[in-house]
Design a protein around this ligand. Structure first.
Ligand SMILES: Cc1cc2nc3c(=O)[nH]c(=O)nc-3n(C[C@H](O)[C@H](O)[C@H](O)COP(=O)(O)OP(=O)(O)OC[C@H]3O[C@@H](n4cnc5c(N)ncnc54)[C@H](O)[C@@H]3O)c2cc1C
Length: 458
């Protein structure tokens, strides 16, 4: 892993980088001043330019909280070709990074599949994608964070300086430990095209064997999959290539996840591979051909989420919300999970993303990690399932995941009791970090934010 040789913050190496760095420092100074002047200890939420990729909730208190304005934290400060690094502000969406770096033959190591997920949101909210079987999450490819504390201190945090715990706890913090104001992350060489093969499996066993084989051999650049049912499982493996006989894109009439059931292989321009799910992964809107013909081109994930946020009172319900959830399971328990899921949920397709355990994240408890024997985890994502009868399917999932040694990310509805929550998430580590970064709890605790305030409680 690249590090600065003397443990100092990464600095820019070009005049343009230095100019942008000075602009960045001005923005930081504005936020610091605002925080230091603020007398109130009422909760504070962020305002950013692009839409949030959290499941919109009707009564989320973030809509009524006081705001800190981070809309201008959306610049790439520098791309350092020699060190293969990018220094950027948290509000930069991945599509802007890729537009900038791909012409130089580089891309971020983990590029989440929705165009406007931001680099800051990817760290604080746990983003993954089809290179995660090699590299883990986007956070695992980051080298340094600049963090503004609630009291207006500016900290440079790296995995090995005195703020290493703050660095690690920013991942999955959902904004509860401080404001991420600048990131330094690694880039890898990329090619202009991606060649994808769709393996079709008719049993869970053969699917799992193939995932394991590719994981062990590390013989492909990309691996994810679509589970159409327990007897029709597509594993999509791919590589960067220099040339392509044709290319496809799935941003209008054609829907990518459907292609995994119909095609054996595919070619993409690299950005169109990265954003192949941008129409909503497996919950694509509009669904009909006519709807897609008329509106498909204009309704990517950002537009759909923005509409859902604006019309949330009309379109959504906090009582019986549709189920959209990311689960992480130990590889060895995936078969048990899929068999149970078929009985109790039976909603397909599912998105499947193998994820290497590169680091035992400090935000999860010791007991969680000591029960985890696997080196490979698998993210199974469910999008837009209607709840049936009186069952709370979110809660059902929370209970099953605890039984199987898995977790879910906190992007949607969470029904844990507080005691139960802190058997999974590492309270002592959060408290240690918050004592330094948010002593008056203006960003809320992780439990308050994701299990209470997001649903209008507390
Ligand atoms: C419908 C849907 C589809 C999804 N599909 C994918 C997918 O294909 N691939 C994938 O990897 N993930 C996916 N996700 C999950 C997504 O990666 C995470 O929700 C991610 O956090 C979104 O990033 P964002 O830029 O939208 O951040 P936001 O949603 O704006 O923020 C995420 C969290 O991070 C906090 N945060 C944001 N910026 C900062 C900052 N500067 N400092 C401190 N905290 C901050 C926010 O307070 C919030 O709690 C999906 C989510 C949804 C709802």
């Amino acid at each position: 892993m690249d590090k600065t040789s003397n443990g100092e913050p990464h600095v820019t190496s070009t005049p343009e980088g230095a100019r942008r760095s000075t602009e960045h420092q001005r923005k930081v100074a504005r936020v610091v001043e605002m925080l230091r002047r603020r007398k109130s200890t009422a909760p504070l939420s962020r305002r950013k330019r692009v839409v949030s990729h959290q499941v919109p909730k009707v009564n989320d208190k973030k809509y009524t909280d006081d705001k800190i304005d981070l809309t201008d934290f959306d610049e790439i400060i520098e791309v350092d070709l020699e060190r293969r690094l990018c220094i950027a502000e948290p509000g930069v969406p991945f599509c802007k990074v890729v537009d900038r770096t791909l012409p130089m033959g580089l891309v971020p190591i983990v590029v989440p599949e929705l165009k406007t997920i931001t680099i800051g949101g990817a760290v604080a909210g746990c983003s993954i994608e089809s290179m995660s079987f090699q590299y883990g999450g986007f956070h695992d490819t980051c080298l340094e964070y600049e963090i503004i504390t609630a009291t207006g201190d500016v900290l440079t945090c790296t995995p090995d300086n005195e703020h290493s715990l703050i660095f690690q706890m920013m991942h999955g913090s959902f904004g509860t430990v401080g404001i991420l104001s600048r990131l330094v992350f690694r880039l890898i060489p990329a090619k202009p095209f991606v060649h994808l093969r769709h393996e079709t499996h008719t049993s869970i066993d053969s699917y799992l064997e193939s995932i394991w084989r590719h994981y062990e051999l590390q013989d492909v650049d990309f691996m994810d999959g679509i589970i159409h049912s327990n007897t029709h499982l597509a594993l999509c493996v791919g590589d960067f290539v220099d040339e392509a006989p044709y290319t496809n894109r799935y941003d209008w009439l054609k829907v990518y996840y459907k292609s995994t059931a119909e095609r054996r292989e595919d070619y993409f321009e690299t950005p169109h591979y990265f954003y192949r799910y941008d129409q909503g992964v497996t919950n694509v809107h509009p669904k009909s051909f006519l709807g897609r013909l008329l509106l498909g081109k204009f309704l990517g994930s950002s537009e759909i989420l923005r509409l859902a946020e604006k019309l949330r009172w009309l379109l959504l319900s906090d009582d019986r919300p549709d189920v959209t959830v990311d689960t992480f399971l130990p590889y060895s328990r995936l078969k048990d999970f899929l068999l149970w899921y078929e009985q109790d949920f039976n909603h397909y397709p599912l998105w499947c993303v193998p994820y290497r355990r590169v680091h035992d994240y400090e935000w999860l408890t010791q007991s969680f990690w000591s029960a985890m024997k696997d080196e490979l985890m698998v993210d199974i994502a469910i999008y837009g399932m209607k709840q049936r009868g009186s069952t709370n399917y979110y809660r059902l999932m929370e209970e099953k995941l605890q039984e199987l040694g898995g977790i879910k990310t906190l992007i949607s509805y969470n029904y844990y009791s507080e005691d139960e929550f802190w058997t999974i998430f590492n309270r002592p580590n959060f408290e240690k970090v918050k004592a330094r970064t948010d002593p008056n709890n203006i960003f809320r605790t992780l439990y308050e934010k994701t299990c209470q305030a997001s649903m209008g409680q507390g």
